[in-house]
Design a protein around this ligand. Structure first.
Ligand code: S3P
Length: 170
């Protein structure tokens, strides 16, 4: 079984992924970390040197590879990964879970975590707020294709328990 975690930057995919992996005793792969490891470069470096389009090609290539591996895995996707029909060809073969957070939550959480994220690293708070809102309106319909949508702003441990149950009964 492959479980994919979807959601905007700062929604908690990686940290909830780590908790879920421990609880379910399954391996977790964070797609951004995986790309960095395979390419030997940080995401920021890939964006700077080769541009976003190249990063998106890598994202698709590694997503496809991981889904085809058919292992027991949790994959924490990047915030932009679910936003193409092509990537949904692979995501739809997994049990997909969308962590739907409010824009206020995303803003508060991302304010102090811009540095490693090329799309927001140079933005002031006002611009960040605007970007979240603009991107969420484009991305929500893609995120909402997920099998399971979790739209609770609970603690990470409570969210992990709810997600593990939702997977069991899905
Ligand atoms: C991106 C989100 C990032 C990373 C890249 C682009 C996006 O992942 O893949 O910087 O387009 O939303 P996180 O959602 O893990 O921050």
């Amino acid at each position: 079984m492959i479980i994919t975690l979807l959601g905007f930057m700062g929604s908690g995919k990686s940290s909830i992924g780590r908790r879920l992996a421990k609880k379910m005793d399954i391996e977790l792969i964070d797609l951004d970390d995986y790309i960095e490891k395979k390419e030997g470069k940080s995401i920021s470096k890939i964006f700077d040197k080769y541009g976003e389009d190249h990063f998106r090609e890598l994202e698709t290539q590694y997503l496809k590879k991981l889904v085809k591996s058919d292992k027991n895995l949790i994959i924490a996707l990047g915030g932009g990964t679910p936003c193409t029909d092509e990537n949904w060809k692979y995501i739809s073969k997994t049990t997909s879970i969308y962590l739907n957070r409010t824009e206020d939550y995303l803003f508060e959480n991302l304010k102090s975590k811009k540095a490693k994220r090329p799309i927001i690293k140079d933005l002031g708070d006002k611009q960040l707020n605007k970007l979240i809102s603009e991107k969420m309106s484009v991305r929500s319909p893609f995120y909402e294709r997920a099998d399971i949508i979790i739209d609770l702003d609970l603690s990470k441990s409570a969210m992990t328990t709810i997600i593990a149950d939702a997977i069991k009964y899905n």
